[in-house]
Design a binder for this molecule. Structure first.
Ligand code: NDP
Ligand code: NDP
Length: 314
């Protein structure tokens, strides 16, 4: 039995990444109903909004689902309390130190996974006693580590370093990529960008359409001085680049980012002024599909590729 399937009680070892403004209850429950693990992205939700999403998710699926909490979230104590009160069974933490909440959540029977982007943080996860690790490569969309380690290098390195169930993320949107990640040492995969271009994703249709037309080289990992983020190059991105050429200070960059850029871009659909967080693999995503179809295509391709390579002889 696959360790990730067993840990979360799911059919396929496919996790849907928790993504601000994109993964509400509708996406999370659709992924869980299709046999994966859906995650509500709580980073963009006020505490009572999160509670409503959890309740709607529970009503929409009998399968396991979870909540992702970026540890940078301002009202994190409220989120943790709501998760405990509502009986959520799985939490994925990211962007911070896993020592802070892991054992408390586990004392309520919650399984905890933490997202990392290098070996040093993977070791911290083991020390914190997490149940699983998500290792996210440079290709990934949204917030990311600053070391620029690609999924191809990161996954085998983490698999050789720790012995906790391992989920690969960054650049995975197909059955081929899922098979590759498992061959590199992962037990399962986390996909974000592929699920943005889904019917059930809560993002604005302008953003979904932008993801579909994005080609190679159209994203960049920037703002490393603040919180590194991979986004689509647009008017807002050009303003950042201009600020860099003018040797902008930390404060000037922060002021330029302002408040609510991610909401403006991904939720309100302002493609020029907003922040459009997506992974490099958007270049290979060409359709908006229902979640069930996405997961079926990934699993079918995984099986056919597994058969194809099993016949290889050298
Ligand atoms: P900003 O500071 O620019 O804006 C805050 C946004 O979050 C607003 O749009 C606000 O909604 C919403 N929000 C939800 N709950 C709260 C709260 N308790 N206090 C203040 N604002 C709240 O932040 P970002 O939009 O860049 O990021 C928001 C959160 O998402 C952060 O916690 C960040 O760590 C996380 N994040 C996680 C990512 C990931 O990959 N997991 C990627 C990017 C961000 P409103 O406009 O309706 O007031
Ligand atoms: P700091 O960078 O000062 O970090 C606060 C504490 O959390 C430090 O002890 C730091 O370890 C630790 N820490 C930070 N990120 C991780 C992690 N992913 N896993 C384990 N421990 C971690 O303050 P911030 O709270 O502002 O953290 C922002 C940092 O998080 C940035 O460096 C950013 O690159 C990273 N980040 C990582 C993401 C990911 O893993 N996908 C997502 C978003 C942000 P230490 O003292 O050893 O550095």
């Amino acid at each position: 039995m696959n360790r990730i399937n067993e840990l979360f009680g799911i059919k396929y070892p496919i996790i849907q990444g928790g993504m601000i403004w994109c993964s509400g209850w509708e996406l999370a429950s659709a992924v869980s109903n299709a046999g994966g693990l859906g995650l509500i992205g709580s980073g963009s939700m006020y505490p009572e909004v999160l509670r409503q999403h959890i309740r709607k998710c529970k009503a929409a699926t009998n399968n396991s689902f979870g909540v992702n909490i970026p540890l940078l979230y301002p009202d994190i104590e409220d989120h943790i309390n709501i998760i405990i009160q509502e009986g959520v069974k799985v939490v994925f933490t990211s962007a911070g130190n896993p020592k802070k909440y892991t054992s408390r959540l586990q004392s309520y029977g919650i399984k905890v996974a933490h997202v990392i982007a290098n070996k040093k943080f993977a070791i911290k996860c083991v020390e914190a006693g997490v149940d699983a690790i998500v290792a996210e490569g440079f290709e990934a969309g949204g917030h990311n580590g600053v070391d620029e380690i690609t999924t191809m290098c990161l996954i085998p390195m983490i698999a050789d370093t720790v012995n906790v169930p391992l989920i690969a993320a960054g650049g995975i949107a197909s059955g081929k990529a899922m098979l590759a990640a498992i061959i590199l040492g992962a037990d399962g995969v986390q996909m974000g960008s592929r699920f943005v271009a889904s019917k059930e994703c809560s993002a604005h249709i302008n953003f979904k359409n932008k993801v579909v037309v994005a080609g190679e080289g159209e994203t960049d990992l920037t703002l490393k001085e603040l919180t590194a983020v991979r986004l689509i190059k647009n008017g807002f991105y050009n303003q950042i680049q201009k600020a860099y050429t003018e040797n902008a200070t930390h404060k000037e960059l922060k002021d330029l980012l302002g408040r609510g850029r991610a909401k403006k871009g991904m939720f309100e659909g302002n493609l020029e002024e907003g922040e459009l967080e997506i992974g490099q693999v958007s270049a290979m995503i060409n359709t908006i599909m229902p979640v069930e179809k996405i997961i079926k295509e990934v699993i079918d391709e995984f099986e056919s590729e597994r058969n194809r390579i099993s016949t290889l002889k050298f």
